[in-house]
Design a protein around this ligand. Structure first.
Ligand SMILES: [Zn+2]
Length: 61
């Protein structure tokens, strides 16, 4: 179930890209958004690990 941002029409068809009522594009599906957020979080963790390793090697002990 996705809701149109412009007319608040609720589309029951998840494969519909455009709002059947006003023709504007519907927001991205929730599952896709969650997957994208998870990917961004994983990328952030990797960058943090690399940064920590670089600092361990670079800073004097
Ligand atoms: Zn609409």
């Amino acid at each position: 179930m996705r809701q149109c941002l412009y007319c608040q029409y609720e589309s029951s068809d998840d494969h519909d890209d455009d709002c059947p009522q006003c023709g504007m594009s519907l927001p991205v599906g929730q599952a896709l958004e969650r997957q994208r957020r998870l990917q961004r979080f994983r990328w952030y963790c990797v960058m943090l690990a690399v940064f920590c390793l670089a600092m361990m090697l670079w800073l004097p002990r």
